[in-house]
Design a protein around this ligand. Structure first.
Ligand code: FAD
Length: 488
């Protein structure tokens, strides 16, 4: 009997792992994915996703040949004038910085680019999720509520009163993971102090042209507004044709600093109005007018266009999820994706990291016959811990730079805000770490030791007969002093 791998959550991480295990080159696994949604189209999947060279490489490892052949549907090849780079533009429309990336022709070319170099392409997220669903046994309407682990198996329990038994359980159930809360009860979710409002819009060609006068065909552009507000726009130059007019899809993501963590579901029309109000406070110019026009395209109710549902925007507080704790005890249960490495979306890398982690987990499970599942999972967690943490720190830095640091820096307020302690060094999060209080005993002890050694050393150097010993650094001064005392 092949090992039975249970995966909680049919998001892109859980499904990528399922594909990897089902298409293992030498081993056979039975893989079942349990998803609380009622079906594949039950939830909005967002439109664009940034796929890096290392994420593309991981996908090529995980997918079977027939799905690799379809990858260009979700990561369309580069077309003329397109620039797969991210840039920052200030309120007046001036480009502040462009984060140059190596340009790739297509997904295969992307996967070939050295991982030390930055390279990515913008892909279609709903298409990627659909592709990952292909051939996977997903049980819909199965809400996981917990699990029971024994020496030889793990039992997963569902809200409908049923359960399933398997050899390993992987919690790929997102940022509010039930599996994580049971496996690591002390793990935490940390609010990043930023709220985002993402939505997808269908943009007519004339407006897309006005937009690209500023964006210069870049796939990702951050427009900086006042008070740490920004609008991130991601797009491709591939058009879709509707009613004989040309349209482009864009993902708009408005972000602003806020301490609010729990947004009640407000009316979509109100959310759209709120963001309009924010945009009205931006500097009045052609750029702001263009961004306002784009935002006006946000839907206030679900609309299906070209097989895609455009849902109204909602406010979402951003959280980061603590990574694999050092003291965590390995077991038959582990985590993948946002459930263990949730981070700010501002570097567009969380899903890419999850694909890489899925490759690591598949590789770790290679040895299950020799080492047993618990050891394999321990190896996987040790491998991903430092790597995930590094990615989280980088994405936190970028998130705070956009919303706290950069806008003030541009206005020349950086030093003032830093010196008045409104902001922390280079826009990093302010941690309320006490320094003087816990260090005070060490400071006092160090002072006593220093003064004591100094006194002892001076006494020893002035003591005859060593006071004039040529090896004594003070010998010359001491003999002069002695002579002086003898003469007077
Ligand atoms: C606006 C935005 C833009 C982003 N852009 C990028 C990008 O460009 N590139 C990138 O790499 N990453 C990006 N990310 C991050 C990326 O979307 C996530 O890292 C990725 O979706 C994580 O996938 P996941 O499968 O771990 O979690 P999810 O996508 O959250 O999937 C979890 C699944 O588990 C299910 N589930 C939850 N609880 C239960 C339960 N109790 N029982 C059963 N099922 C359950 C959910 O219904 C869901 O289907 C972005 C994120 C956001 C918010």
């Amino acid at each position: 009997m092949p090992p039975r791998i249970l995966i909680a959550g049919a998001g892109i991480s859980g499904l990528a792992l399922a594909q990897g295990l089902l298409n293992h080159p030498t081993k056979e696994f039975e893989v079942i994915v349990f998803e609380r949604d009622a079906g594949p189209q039950a939830r909005w999947q967002g439109h664009h996703i940034q796929v890096y060279n290392y994420g593309a490489k991981a996908l090529l490892h995980l997918l079977p040949p027939h799905l690799i052949a379809r990858l260009s549907e979700v990561l369309p090849p580069h077309i003329e004038n397109e620039c797969h780079s991210a840039q920052i533009i200030d309120e007046s429309g001036k480009r502040v910085v462009i984060f140059g990336a190596k340009q790739a022709k297509d997904v295969h070319d992307l996967a070939q680019i050295d991982e030390k170099k930055t390279a990515w392409m913008m892909g279609y997220r709903p298409g990627l999720r659909n592709l990952l669903l292909d051939g996977v046994d997903v049980r819909w309407s199965k809400q996981v509520i917990g699990y029971e682990e024994s020496e030889n198996s793990v039992r997963i329990c569902f809200a409908d009163g049923t359960d399933e038994v398997g050899d390993v359980l992987i919690g790929a159930d997102g940022v509010n993971s039930i599996v994580r809360s049971q496996k690591f009860p002390n793990s935490y979710k940390q609010h990043l102090g930023v709220t985002i409002v993402p939505t997808d819009v269908l943009v007519p060609a004339s407006l897309a042209k006005r937009y690209h006068a500023f964006a210069k065909h870049a796939s990702a552009t951050v427009f900086l507004g006042p008070d740490g507000h920004e609008l991130l726009v991601t797009t491709r130059l591939h058009s879709i044709t509707e009613d004989s007019a040309t349209f482009y899809r864009m993902t708009l993501q408005y972000g602003f600093p806020s301490a609010e963590t729990n947004y009640a579901v407000s009316s979509p029309a109100d959310v759209v109005k709120d963001i309009n109000k924010f945009l009205m406070k931006w500097k009045r110019c052609e750029l702001t007018d263009t961004l306002l026009e784009l935002w006006k395209l946000a839907r206030t109710q679900d609309v299906k266009v070209g097989g895609m549902t455009y849902v109204p925007p909602v406010k979402r507080a951003l959280f980061e999820v603590a990574g694999v704790p050092e003291e965590g005890k390995a077991s038959r249960v582990t985590l993948l994706g946002d459930s263990i490495c949730g981070m700010s979306p501002f570097r567009g890398q969380a899903a890419n990291i999850a694909f890489q982690d899925a490759v690591s987990l598949r590789r770790a499970l290679d040895n299950y016959e020799k080492e047993g599942f618990v050891r394999c999972i321990g190896n996987y967690e040790n491998e991903i811990r430092p790597h995930d943490l590094k990615a989280q720190i980088a994405s936190r830095y970028v998130c705070h730079l956009y919303h706290i640091g950069l806008e003030r820096t541009l206005k020349g307020e950086f030093l003032r805000s830093f010196s008045t302690r409104e902001m922390t060094l280079f826009g990093l999060r302010k941690w309320p770490v006490p320094i003087l209080k816990p260090l005070s005993p060490f400071i006092i002890a160090a002072t006593i030791v220093y003064v004591g050694v100094w006194k002892l050393e001076s006494a020893a150097q002035s003591h005859p007969p060593y006071d004039t010993d040529p090896r004594n650094p003070k010998a010359y001064m001491n003999s002069k002093l002695k002579k002086h005392h003898a003469e007077h």
